[in-house]
Ligand binder design. Structure first.
Ligand code: ARG
Length: 459
C-alpha cells in the first residue's frame, strides 16, 4: 500500500485516488522546497541541542536534506499525489534514505506550523526581491529626469489639459508612489518575519523544545506567542497580496497613461519597439501590448486578493484544509507583479518623449490660466473675482483663437483695470512653470531639490 504517511494505523482503507488528486498541493507547493529544507534543518538542529535526537542523527539528517534539496533543484523529484505536499515528499525521501533517523524529524512539529513557517520564509524572500525590483523602476524614472531636463508637459485633471509641469515632476510622481509601495513591502515584511515553528498542530508540545533557537536560525525577528493563532493565521498572506495588488494598481495606471500617450492622437511618447507588437493584418501598427497586459494582468492580482479574503472569511480556529488554497493566488500575484516590474523598467528608460507634438499641445489649452489668476491675487484681487476674470479672458482668447499672452493690452484692461502688460511676465507655459513657488510644486528649483534628494536616496 503506497498510502500517505499522514494516514496512521487508524485507517481501515487507503485513500480514494480521486481524493488524492483533489487534495494534492505538491503541484504548486513544490515551490517551497528550499524553505522546507531550511526549516527542517533548523528544527533538527534544535532537536539535537535539546537532546531529542543525537548530534550524529542531526548531521545525517542535515546532509541528507541537502542532498534531497539538490536533487529537487535538478528536477529529479517526481510528484506523487499520494504524498500530497512538499513537506511529505521531502520527509518521505528522508525516511527512505535514513530509516528510523528520518522518522524522528517530525518530532514536536506538525505540518500546520511547518507550512506556516515555510510560506513565511518564501514570502520574506519574495518581498526582498520585490523591493529590489521597485528600486530598479524608481531608478528608471529618476534617470528620465536628466534625460528630459527642462521638458514641460501638460498635466491633466479629468483627462483635460490642466497646468504645465516639468517632465521630471511627472516622473518623480511615480518614484513617490513606488516609494510608498516599498514602505508597504517593508511594513508587511515585519509581520511576515515571525516564527511559528514549534507550535505544532495547534496547542504546542509537551516536548522540551527551544523555539527561540529555531527562530534565530531562520532569521525571524520574533517568536509567535500563540500556537492556535499560528495554526490558523494567514494574515501575512492577505497583507502580501494587498501589497502586490497596490503595486499592480500603480503599474496599471501608469500603463494606461502611456497607452494614451503613445496613440497618434496624443503622440507624446514613442515606446521602445522591443516591447511592442505588430498586427497580423495592418502593417502600419505598432501596438503597446506590454502596457495593455500590464493593465490587464492587474485584474488577476486584484482578484487574487479577493480570493484570499473570501478564502479566510469565517474559518473556525485553527488549521483547516482550506488554508492550503492560499498558495496559488499569492504565487500568481507575485509572479505577475514581478514580470510586470521587470518589463516596466526598460520601457520607462527606453521611451522617447515626442517634443514637437508635446510643444504643440502646450500652446493650446490655456495652461497658464491658473498662474494668471494667482498673479491677480497677488495684486490684491480676491480669488473668486480673479477666477471669474480670467475665465472671461479665456473666453475672449478662445473667440479670437489666440493664447492669453496674445490678448491685446486693451482686452486685458477690459477685464480689470489692474491688468497691464506686466501680466505677460507670467504668461506662456515656460513662465508659468517658473512662477511656481510652493514645496512639492513643479517649480524648477523645487523639482531639482527633489531630483537631488532621490538621487542621494537611490544611489
Ligand atoms: N498540504 C497542507 C497545506 O498546504 C499541509 C498541512 C496539512 N495539515 C493537515 N492538518 N492536514 O496546508
Amino acid at each position: 500500500m503506497t498510502d500517505s504517511p499522514s494516514r496512521s494505523g487508524v485507517f481501515a482503507a487507503s485513500m480514494d485516488k480521486r481524493l488524492e488528486a483533489f487534495s494534492e498541493s505538491i503541484s504548486f507547493d513544490y515551490r517551497l522546497y528550499r524553505q522546507d529544507v531550511r526549516g527542517s534543518i533548523a528544527h533538527a538542529r534544535m532537536l539535537a541541542k535539546q537532546g531529542l535526537i543525537t548530534d550524529e542523527e542531526f548531521s545525517q539528517i542535515e546532509s541528507t536534506l541537502r542532498e534531497i534539496e539538490a536533487e529537487i533543484a535538478e528536477g529529479k523529484m517526481p510528484f506523487r499525489f499520494e504524498l500530497e505536499d512538499i513537506h511529505m515528499h521531502i520527509e518521505s525521501q528522508l525516511i527512505e534514505r535514513l530509516g528510523d533517523i528520518g522518522r524522528k524529524l517530525h518530532t514536536a512539529r506538525s505540518r500546520n506550523d511547518q507550512v506556516n513557517t515555510d510560506f513565511r520564509l518564501w514570502i520574506r524572500d519574495a518581498l526582498d526581491e520585490l523591493d529590489a525590483l521597485l528600486v530598479d523602476l524608481q531608478r528608471a524614472f529618476l534617470s528620465r529626469c536628466e534625460k528630459d531636463a527642462g521638458v514641460i508637459l501638460p498635466a491633466y485633471t479629468h483627462l483635460q489639459r490642466a497646468q504645465p509641469v516639468l517632465a521630471a515632476h511627472y516622473w518623480l510622481c511615480y518614484v513617490e508612489k513606488l516609494e510608498r509601495d516599498r514602505g508597504r513591502v517593508a511594513d508587511c515584511r515585519r509581520r511576515v518575519n515571525v516564527c511559528g515553528l514549534g507550535t505544532a498542530a495547534c496547542a504546542g508540545t509537551t516536548l522540551p523544545i527551544d523555539r527561540e533557537m529555531t527562530a534565530n536560525e531562520l532569521g525571524f525577528e520574533s517568536v509567535a506567542a500563540n500556537s492556535i493563532d499560528v495554526s490558523s493565521d494567514r494574515d501575512f498572506v492577505i497583507e502580501s497580496a494587498f501589497v502586490l495588488a497596490t503595486i499592480a494598481e500603480h503599474l496599471s495606471g501608469w500603463a494606461e497613461e502611456w497607452i494614451l500617450w503613445s496613440t497618434v492622437e496624443y503622440n507624446f511618447i514613442k515606446l521602445p519597439h522591443e516591447f511592442c507588437t505588430g498586427s497580423s493584418i495592418m502593417p502600419q501598427k505598432v501596438n503597446p501590448d506590454t502596457l495593455e497586459l500590464t493593465r490587464g494582468k492587474s485584474a488577476r492580482v486584484i482578484g487574487n486578493l479577493q480570493t484570499l479574503l473570501v478564502l479566510l472569511k469565517g474559518l473556525p480556529l485553527a488549521y483547516n484544509r482550506d488554508l492550503q488554497e492560499d498558495k496559488p493566488p499569492l504565487f500568481d500575484s507575485f509572479d505577475t507583479v514581478k514580470a510586470t516590474l521587470e518589463l516596466a523598467a526598460p520601457i520607462v528608460s527606453g521611451a522617447e518623449l515626442q517634443l514637437d507634438s508635446i510643444g504643440d499641445r502646450l500652446e493650446k489649452g490655456y495652461l497658464d490660466a491658473t498662474t494668471l489668476m494667482e498673479h491677480l491675487i497677488l495684486k490684491g484681487i480676491p480669488q473668486r473675482t480673479a477666477h471669474h476674470l480670467v475665465g472671461t479672458l479665456v473666453g475672449l482668447a478662445q473667440k479670437d483663437g489666440v493664447s492669453l499672452a496674445e490678448l491685446s493690452d486693451e482686452q486685458l484692461k477690459s477685464a480689470h483695470k489692474s491688468l497691464d502688460s506686466s501680466v505677460r511676465e507670467v504668461l506662456g507655459v515656460e513662465k508659468a512653470v517658473k512662477a511656481f513657488q510652493s514645496y512639492g510644486s513643479s517649480s524648477p528649483e523645487r523639482v531639482q531639490e527633489q531630483v537631488h534628494r532621490w538621487r542621494e536616496q537611490l544611489q
